[in-house]
Structures are given as C-alpha cells and as structure tokens.
Design a protein around this ligand. Structure first.
Ligand code: ADP
Ligand code: MG
Length: 327
C-alpha cells in the first residue's frame, strides 16, 4: 500500500501547486463558502488550506487517507456524469505518502472534531480536538522522504507562480467562494465571494482591465455561455489571460480557446491574445474528464457544435459593439 501510494503520488503530486489544487478542490467539493490558503517557501515548507465546508467525522477522516476512499462515486454510472471536482480518491493518500500532514476537521458546529497526523503514509496520531465546522489541512515538508522528487523543484518564485496561477483560475471559476492566498504571511489574492465574476476579474487583473471587459452571454439547447471578454485593445503576449470554466471546473481545451480566438479573427495582431473569463454549462455526459489524472484536460463529445457556438457568440458580441462588421 505504501509503495502504491508513493507511485500514485508521482502522478497526482508533481509539485506544490498540485497539492494546493487537490486540497482546494476538496474544499470546493465540500461546499465551502470560504477557503483560505497559506503557503510558505513556495509551498515546499507549508501548504495549509482551511475551509468552512462539510468536514469529516472521526471515521471518515482516517478512511480519506487510504487509497480510493472517495465518497464521491456511489455507482459506476456516476463516473459518466461527474459533477464534483475530485472523484478518484487518490489525492489524500498520495499527499500523505510524501509529506507530513496534519488534518483538523469537524462535520458539525459542536466545537469538537478530530485531529489526524500522518507522516510518510503512517498514522502518527488521531485524537479528539477543538475544531470549528470544516477542515484545516496542513501539509509540511513536501517530498521530505522522496529526495529524487524534491530535486526537480524549481525556485520558490517558480513554484509560487504555479500556485498563484491556479488560485486565479479557481477564484474565476467560483465567484461565490471567498478565497485568500497568503505567501509567507503576505496576502496575494483576496476575493469577496459575493458571486460577481467581474469583481473577481478586477481583483486579479485590476480595475482598469475589468472596465474594459465586455459581458458575453448566449445559449443553445446544449450549451450556456456566460462571462467576460476584454475589448481587443487589451491583449497579452500569451494565452494565460484566457480562463475557460466548464460546469464550474477550470479546464484546458485547445479547441475552446481556438474558437474564442477565431471569434476575434482579424481584430487580433498575430501573437496577441485577449483576456477572457468564460463559464460554459453543459450536460456532464457531453464531457469526458477522465483524460488525465490532473483533470485539467477534457474532451467533448459534440466538439464541433461547441466550437461553432462559442465562435458565433464572440463574433455576435464584437459585432454588436461595432468592433467588427455585424454578423
Ligand atoms: P476525491 O476528492 O477524489 O474523493 P481525495 O483523496 O481528494 O479523493 O479525498 C478523499 C475523501 O476525503 C473525499 O472523497 C472526501 O470525502 C474527503 N475529504 C477530503 N477533503 C475534504 C474536505 N476539505 N472537506 C470534507 N471532506 C473532505
Ligand atoms: Mg479530491
């Protein structure tokens, strides 16, 4: 079991940002309205995620650190209609195998909960402890027992960059959740969680950028599109300013980004890319999220229709703004 978890860890836990991703996704899945992330030394020293979600009782918290203990798939049918972010039950066992983990959690408002301490895959302590409702998970000394993996870590700034980028995407995916990200005690990201996507955009890209964003909204029988795209004058040298969220999950899909760029067509100089935050809703059975364990890549079963829809909506918006001849 230990070896299996360390091998799985290589797949799931590549670097500090992958730990942040898994922990924060669990906090989202737990229905939290507030998620606080604190990291030290780019996450290599400490990654701590506190949420006010459903928490775990004394039995569940220990089970959660064993392989495939996911509470998120009740039947095999569920695999084809995945709505929650995590579903493999691999993250916590993998993280527990390669770090020193302390989990404080409570499923209710009794003021009492469970503290579980795990090091290198072994349970070191399990005790009753004072805890608000929710989960507070601290991961210290990541890869302390896998020096080969530790050697691959880049500078603190590089690791921090991956974490920040991921929290940007998540905050843009969940405008209804209040996020804070602190690095070595300094607040880097803070969103209000009031449900306003434009407020999150302003928090991340600045108020000037937010002012230049155009709201986009469209719907077909299969798809619903909502979000903001920047006027063509606000371009960037890379695609990092494009965030696509499918059914509440930040995903990467080349075709969707391509459709957005096609919508701008002649308006964008070569090698310039727009700022955009797009939320797309569709029936989950139209998505195959099982492409990669990191779950960032997805495929769509009706991809050409989706692409055509996005391109059409972008062109209609730019046309209505008289930025291109009306379609
Ligand atoms: P998965 O998310 O794929 O189910 P994980 O290993 O990430 O697998 O988590 C295992 C289980 O632990 C989850 O299914 C969930 O029941 C529980 N869990 C993990 N994190 C939290 C959290 N922050 N709040 C409540 N439950 C949690
Ligand atoms: Mg998970």
């Amino acid at each position: 079991e230990h070896i299996a978890n360390q091998i799985a860890a290589g797949e799931v836990v590549e670097r500090p940002s992958s730990v942040v991703k898994e922990l924060v996704e669990n906090a989202v899945d737990a229905g939290s309205s507030r998620i606080d992330i604190a990291i030290e030394e780019g996450g290599l020293q400490l990654i701590r995620v506190s949420d006010n979600g459903s928490g775990m009782d004394a039995d569940d918290v220990e089970k959660a650190f064993f392989r495939h203990a996911t509470s998120k798939i009740a039947s095999t049918q569920d695999l084809f209609s995945i709505r929650t972010l995590g579903f493999r039950g691999e993250a916590l066992p993998s993280i527990g195998a390669v770090a020193k983990v302390e989990c404080l959690t409570s499923p209710d408002a009794s003021g009492l909960g469970t503290k579980l301490v795990i090091e290198g895959g072994n349970v070191k302590a399990k005790l009753e402890a004072a805890s608000p409702r929710g989960t507070d998970l601290a991961v210290r000394e990541l890869f302390y027992n896998t020096p080969a993996r530790l050697k691959y870590m880049k500078t603190i700034q590089t690791e921090l960059g991956h974490v920040t980028d991921y929290i940007y995407r998540l905050a843009l995916s969940h405008p209804g959740i209040a996020f804070t990200l602190k690095h070595n005690g300094q607040t880097l990201i803070q969103t209000l969680g009031n449900g306003d996507l434009l407020q999150v955009v302003a928090g991340i890209y600045g108020t000037a950028a937010a002012k230049s964003m155009l709201p986009i909204r469209g719907e077909t029988l299969d798809y619903k599109l909502e979000g903001y795209i920047a006027k063509p004058e606000l371009t960037r040298a890379n695609r990092n300013g494009i965030t696509t969220v499918i059914n509440g999950r930040y995903v990467r899909n080349f075709a969707v980004v391509h459709a957005l760029l096609q919508g701008f067509h002649t308006l964008l100089p070569i090698n310039r890319f727009p700022l955009a935050a797009l939320h797309i809703q569709m029936d989950p059975t139209l998505i195959d999220v099982n492409v990669h364990p990191a779950k960032l890549e997805v495929r769509f079963s009706k991809e050409p229709e989706l692409i055509q829809f996005i391109e059409h909506e972008v062109r209609a918006l730019l046309g209505a703004q008289r930025l291109i001849p009306a379609a």
